[in-house]
Structures are given as structure tokens and as C-alpha cells.
Design a protein around this ligand. Structure first.
Ligand SMILES: *Cc1c(COP(=O)(O)O)cnc(C)c1O
Length: 406
């Protein structure tokens, strides 16, 4: 008999690319609700209110804006579902996550024969992958050249590639999609809730997907935000998709979107959790109370302090995202990244290595925007570096951090 003790999970300092450090208010909202089912009136009202808040977070009037139950990949699967076997797609890859997006897209675009030839990693000829080296951004010129040459039905890019910590050119991607008449799709997992932007300013992008646990900070596994323009929804209406669960037409019904219109309360799609709805609602309230603009400015300011501190320790930062830095250790310590990350993680300091080559260190500041938490991160990283033998004047670096944060 498997008689395990009750599972206890310790508190750690979540300082990676995600999941972000969950606010106690979000956890309390999850835990402090009554027992209720998925069709209870306040649960449905909470979903409708969350939908309205999500439109503000995305900066959109798109009616089809809601959450897909699950993680970031669930929301991405919903937008990728627009792709049917044989469709021509151009995908831009510059790191781990856009690489997985590309795999998901190749699975959707495969014929039965393509899939059978390589079920785990199909290579349909109708998907064109444009690889941009790790550590570099996808530029508007790269997108325009590929779309002009291939004239695809769909184009896909990650807005912020969390694997390499690089911001890709959304304006350039949008412009090239419009010019070449391609339907743009964007993975906005790492940028939504961190950068201040309105998706309605990018009409070449018809489909957007994000995740619950990064900028939205709703870690109790909740809902991946998605948004579709009417033009994108028209594709689902006229061509269909091979998914009941992730079809935006079906999924949106539970959030009170039926036949392209807002309705007072949702209709059953699947059994949503009242607790997930409540914590998601609270996470969105927190984000909007902080304010998109203020929060984005706070990330910019904190990233700068962290970047300058690790540079003073001799590290070389290669990223340009504001919620995350990706760095190389000083020359003579190159190759010891995993050892350093392992030591930190064992001590409850949750930083990350990159998940694909080359091995680099990633330190994130999702919801770590106070002087105390930023100082704690820099202090712990400095200690770990010194334990490994890296030489620098910690006291003067910490004094400099304190001065900048005061
Ligand atoms: C984290 C991430 C994902 C995957 O999100 P999950 O919540 O792990 O499913 C996809 N794309 C990007 C750019 C990400 O940063």
C-alpha cells in the first residue's frame, strides 16, 4: 500500500524565467472560497469579469479574448489549432520556446503521411522554419524577406523568446504580415503583463497566446490568456479545427462569448474550477491595480539594477528582456553554469540554466519588484559566485545597489 505522508512544498525564492513569485493575495483567493460548481452564478460572473479585465491587459476590443484552461502551451495549442494539414506556415525560431512552438505547428500542418514518417518530430514541407541564432533577435527585415519569398497563409513568431531572453521585432513582424497578406500568430507568453503594449496596434497579428504563470502571475494552474481578431475567428468558423477542447469557438462560450457577442453568463464547455477562477480574477485585479504602464516601468528599472550588478561581478549579459537576464559567467568560469545554478537551487534560490544550447544562466524578476526582493536576489547570486571562487568586491556592489534603489 502506498501510504505517503502529506505533501509539503517549501517556500523558495522564484527567480527564474517563470513561474513568477505568486502574490499571497492570489493564493488566498484560491484557498478562501466556498464549495461551488462551475455553473454557480458568482463563478460565471467571475469568468465574465476576468474576460473584461483580460481585454484591458491585452489592450484590445477583440470579443474573442478569454483564458484557455491549462498552461501556456494550452493557449498556444488553441491558436495553433487554426493551422490545418497542408497549410503553408513560416515560423521564426530563436530559442527553446519558439522551437517548441515550431514543433507544435509542424504537428498541426502535417499530413497523415508526414506524421507517420516521424510522429514525435514531423517535417512537413509546407512549414518553413527560419532559424535565428541563440542570443539574437528576429528582426523585421528577416520576417519581411521570408514572407515575401514564401507567401505563407500563416506566420508565427514569439514576441519575447524566454529561452535566450531576446525581444523580437513585433512591429516589423506585424508590418510584414500585412504587406504579404499572411495571418500573424504571436506567442506573447513572456511579454504580456510585463511590457506595456496594446495588441490592437498590431492588426497584422490575428491570434495571440500567453500563459498564466509569467507576467500574469496566477500560478495556481489557471488560464492561458488568448485573443483572436474577428478575421482569425472567421477562419475557425469557415474551416473548423481538429480540437473540441481548444477550439476558440467552443472554449469562449464558457466565458460568455457566443456567436461573436458577449452574453451575460457562460454556457458549459468543461468543468472549470471555482478556485482557479477566483485566483485568476485576483491576479488580473492585482495587475490592473498596479497598472500596466507602472508595472512595465518597474520592470525596466529593476532589470537595469540587476544587470549592472551582475556585470560588476564580471558576468556578460546577452538578453534584452526586462523580466529576465541571461548571462555568461566570467571567462575562466565558463562551463560551470549548471554547477552554480544547482548550488543556488539546492539552497531554495530558484534561478535557471538555459534549456537548450549554449548553456547560460537565467535570473528572473517576475513579481520581484521591491527593493527587498531585488537586493535578496543580487545578494544570493553574489554569494553563490564567491563560493565558486569568482573574485569581486561584494560590499561595494551591494552598496551601489542600495544607492540605486534608494
Ligand atoms: C514559458 C513559455 C512557454 C510555455 O508556457 P507553459 O506555461 O510552460 O506551458 C511558451 N512560450 C514562451 C515564450 C514561454 O516563455
Amino acid at each position: 500500500m502506498s501510504n505517503f505522508p502529506e505533501l509539503k512544498i517549501p517556500h523558495t525564492l522564484a527567480a527564474g524565467p517563470g513561474p513568477g513569485n505568486t502574490d499571497p493575495r492570489v493564493l488566498a483567493a484560491f484557498a478562501n472560497q466556498g464549495v461551488a460548481d462551475h455553473m454557480q452564478a458568482d463563478v460565471l460572473r467571475g469568468m465574465v469579469e476576468a474576460k473584461i479585465m483580460l481585454r484591458e491587459v491585452f489592450g484590445t476590443k477583440n470579443v474573442y479574448t478569454f483564458g484557455v484552461a491549462g498552461t501556456g502551451w494550452s493557449g498556444l495549442d488553441s491558436i495553433h489549432s487554426a493551422i490545418l494539414p497542408g497549410d503553408k506556415v513560416v515560423v521564426f525560431v530563436n530559442g527553446t520556446f519558439s522551437g517548441i512552438d515550431c514543433l507544435s505547428i509542424r504537428m498541426k500542418a502535417s499530413s497523415v503521411a508526414d506524421l507517420a514518417a516521424n510522429p514525435m518530430d514531423p517535417q512537413p514541407a509546407n512549414v518553413i522554419t527560419v532559424n535565428v541564432p541563440h542570443g539574437q533577435s528576429v528582426t523585421g527585415e528577416i520576417v519581411e524577406a521570408a514572407l515575401a519569398e514564401h507567401k505563407p497563409m500563416f506566420a508565427f513568431m514569439a514576441h519575447w523568446e524566454t529561452g535566450s531572453g531576446r525581444i523580437n521585432d513585433l512591429q516589423g513582424f506585424n508590418d510584414a504580415c500585412l504587406k504579404n497578406n499572411a495571418m500573424g500568430m504571436v506567442d506573447a507568453v513572456s511579454s504580456l503583463g510585463v511590457e506595456n503594449f496594446n495588441i490592437d496596434d498590431f492588426p497584422g497579428v490575428g491570434m495571440w497566446a500567453s500563459c498564466p504563470q509569467k507576467g500574469i502571475l496566477a500560478l495556481p494552474l489557471t488560464y492561458a490568456p488568448v485573443s483572436f481578431t474577428d478575421k482569425a475567428i472567421e477562419l475557425f468558423k469557415t474551416r473548423g479545427c481538429y480540437s473540441f477542447t481548444h477550439s476558440p469557438l467552443f472554449e469562449a462560450r464558457h466565458w460568455g462569448v457566443v456567436d461573436g457577442k458577449d452574453v451575460a453568463a457562460g454556457t458549459y464547455h468543461r468543468t472549470h474550477s471555482a478556485y482557479a477562477v477566483a485566483s485568476y480574477h485576483e491576479a488580473l485585479r492585482l495587475l490592473l491595480q498596479h497598472g500596466r504602464e507602472q508595472k512595465a516601468a518597474d520592470y525596466v528599472a529593476c532589470e537595469k539594477v540587476l544587470r549592472e550588478a551582475v556585470a560588476a561581478m564580471g558576468c556578460d549579459v546577452t538578453s534584452n528582456m526586462t523580466s529576465l537576464i541571461v548571462l555568461n559567467l566570467p571567462g575562466e568560469f565558463a562551463g560551470r553554469e549548471k554547477e552554480l545554478v544547482g548550488n543556488c537551487r539546492a539552497a531554495g534560490f530558484g534561478i535557471w540554466p538555459t534549456l537548450s544550447e549554449p548553456v547560460q544562466i537565467r535570473i528572473g524578476i517576475l513579481n520581484q519588484l521591491t527593493n527587498a526582493s531585488l537586493t535578496d536576489i543580487i545578494n544570493r547570486f553574489a554569494d553563490a559566485m564567491q563560493v565558486m571562487g569568482v573574485k569581486f568586491d561584494k560590499a561595494s556592489i551591494m552598496a551601489d545597489v542600495a544607492k540605486k534603489l534608494s
